[in-house]
Design a protein around this ligand. Structure first.
Ligand code: SF4
Length: 195
């Protein structure tokens, strides 16, 4: 295309006006493009502890739903808690994959019981599960509690049942669990958070 001096200035000034409008935010492309929403907008933050290991890293879970009865809530994102003194926002690969654990089809969400001799697991209520647990513990303790040893010395031992406390327990709940179990004479007691 032939371009004389007058044409050159006309095209250049048109280009200059166009680029100035773009610089001022009037780009037709920018105007047509929709702003992407920040994915964590409208979420609720809930602080928690990674359940996997005894390191006990702090996490933040981001959930959708305002907790109203007719609204289904859903956790859509989990990340390390930057304010947590243990991990300062970091997570190992297991912790970083917690969202898959939360939404896994295989995740156990309710107490289940397999009766003696049965191959089937059946779902029971929390009340039933706790009630059975308490009754079985009492029956076992009544049958096996050792008040005195062979020398006649008081020992108050209950050795036939053990307790495994959760790694994500706080110091306070760990202390209380320890006190309750020891007060019943239980010696077989461990807590995964023994770091
Ligand atoms: S994020 Fe990793 S290191 Fe931290 S508690 Fe979970 S499994 Fe343990």
């Amino acid at each position: 295309m032939d371009m004389n001096r007058r044409h050159f200035f006309r095209v250049s000034s048109a280009g200059l006006v166009g680029s100035s409008l773009v610089a001022l935010g009037f780009s037709p492309i920018a105007a047509l493009a929709e702003t992407r929403n920040f994915k964590l907008a409208r979420t609720t933050e809930t602080r928690n502890t990674c359940p996997y290991c005894s390191v006990g890293c702090g996490i933040i879970m981001y959930g959708l739903g305002d907790k109203a009865k007719n609204v289904a809530s859903e956790i859509i994102h989990i990340e390390g808690d930057p304010d947590h003194p243990v991990n300062r926002g970091t997570l190992c690969p297991k912790g970083a994959g917690l969202l898959d654990f939360v939404h896994s089809a295989n995740r156990l969400k309710y107490p289940e019981i397999r009766e003696p001799g049965s191959k089937e697991w059946k779902r029971v209520s929390w009340d039933e599960a706790m009630g059975r647990l308490v009754k079985m513990m009492k029956a076992d303790r009544d049958a096996n509690f050792i008040a005195k040893n062979a020398k006649g010395e008081t020992v108050n031992r209950w050795l036939s049942t053990g307790m495994l406390a959760a790694s994500a327990s706080s110091n306070e709940s760990g202390y209380l669990t320890h006190k309750v179990m020891r007060s019943m004479g239980m010696l077989v007691f461990d807590n995964q958070a023994r770091v």
